[in-house]
Ligand binder design. Structure first.
Ligand code: MRU
Length: 353
């Protein structure tokens, strides 16, 4: 955390290694893990020390450099062959967040395109990872500011409901959905954030509330099942969530529970926005049916700390994400502007990478 601004940076290149905020220890402990090897970085993504689609992408980019650094050959072809293996290792960590694959592909592409020695390629890979990190931060600022334009004009101070953590911790900093919240707060347009606790990993309860408290953003925690009731009571003006992968038609994969939130928002006539960088849009997928959904260890459902919640003999199903159909999404807020899901392809016009 930057002590003068309270700004949180979950992935930092420091002392020739990657420093990650250990998100599994928040909010009780604010600690960093220092990572020197690619296999440790892959493990950190798998175990959710670093999580959130854009942050996973940034971490994986550094992971590609760490892997490249470990390759001991000066033969270019052999180096590229081994770098493909590094890409496979990192790509096998989590399946849904497309930013992971976007970052790995960009790093691989730059390696193939760089002329010169293997050492030159390694240096270019480090520079590229640092660029991906810096660009994501600028992207989040732009998403936050573009979000301001679509905030309802009344009431003057809005209550925004969000799900999971799509904040600084889930990106290079500032956040996507929480970036919109931050920008609204800065402009005096925010009354309060309602944070869903986000079963089973509790990213809302543990991470979103923590981020808000750091900056004095008023935050109220509810359980996921309370959202419809709060909307019916008129407590919520709009919903803004992040995304892990958006198909070309606007169908959006995000943390499990997002789909039901979108349906109840529609039932109450409450705008439902997705805030995400272009790196989260997978234009190769026609619709959300093609998005791979991660299934995680059932332990996440039946165990809290060391306490087992269920009787023996129960079966479990633990999908970590769901897909919200485009037709219940009001619009998608990107760094290039705000697009109704049906017009998402227009967001590419300004896309440079
Ligand atoms: O399983 P997680 O914690 O990696 O899931 C994170 C989310 O679903 C976020 O909402 C999403 O990645 C957007 S982050 C800006």
């Amino acid at each position: 955390m930057n002590s003068t601004t309270n700004q949180v940076y979950p992935v930092i290149w420091h002392n020739n290694s990657v420093s990650l905020i250990d998100q599994t220890r928040l909010p009780n402990e604010y600690a960093f893990v220092e990572i020197h090897r690619c296999s440790d970085l892959a493990q950190a993504i798998k175990t959710m020390i670093v999580r959130g689609a854009p942050a996973i992408g940034v971490a994986a980019a550094y992971g590609m450099y760490l892997g490249a650094r470990e390759i001991e050959t000066s033969d270019r072809n052999e180096f590229l062959k081994q770098l493909e293996k590094v890409a496979q290792l990192l790509g096998a960590t989590r399946p849904t967040a497309v930013n992971l694959f976007w970052a790995i592909s960009r790093m691989l592409r730059i390696a193939y395109e760089t002329l010169g020695t293997v050492e030159d390629i390694k240096q270019t890979l480090l520079n590229t990872a640092r660029s991906i990190n810096a660009e994501d931060l600028q992207t989040c600022y732009a998403i936050g500011d573009n979000g301001l334009a679509v905030l309802p004009k009344t009431p003057e101070k809005l209550t925004i409901l969000t799900h999971c953590n799509a904040g600084a911790l889930a990106t290079a900093g500032y956040g996507t959905a929480l970036g919109v919240v931050r920008s609204a707060f800065r402009e005096g347009r925010l009354a309060r954030v309602f944070a869903d606790e986000t079963r089973p990993r509790l990213q809302g309860a543990k991470l979103t509330t923590w981020e808000c408290i750091q900056e004095g953003i008023p935050v109220t925690l509810i359980t996921d099942s309370m959202a419809a009731h709060c909307m019916k009571q008129g407590l919520i003006d709009l919903v803004v969530v992040g995304a892990d992968r958006i198909a070309a038609n606007g169908d959006t994969a995000n943390k499990i529970g997002t789909y039901s939130l979108a349906l109840v928002a529609q039932a109450h006539n409450i705008p439902f926005y997705v805030a995400a960088p272009l790196s989260t849009i997978d234009f190769s997928l026609v619709d959300g049916n093609e998005i791979p959904i991660e299934e995680r260890n059932p332990e996440e459902i039946y165990q809290v700390g060391s306490t087992i919640l269920t009787p023996g003999g129960v079966e479990f199903y633990n999908p970590a994400f769901d897909v919200t159909p485009a037709d219940v999404i009001t619009a998608i807020i990107t760094e290039n502007g705000v697009f109704p899901p049906g017009e998402l392809t227009k967001s590419r016009l300004k896309q440079v990478v």
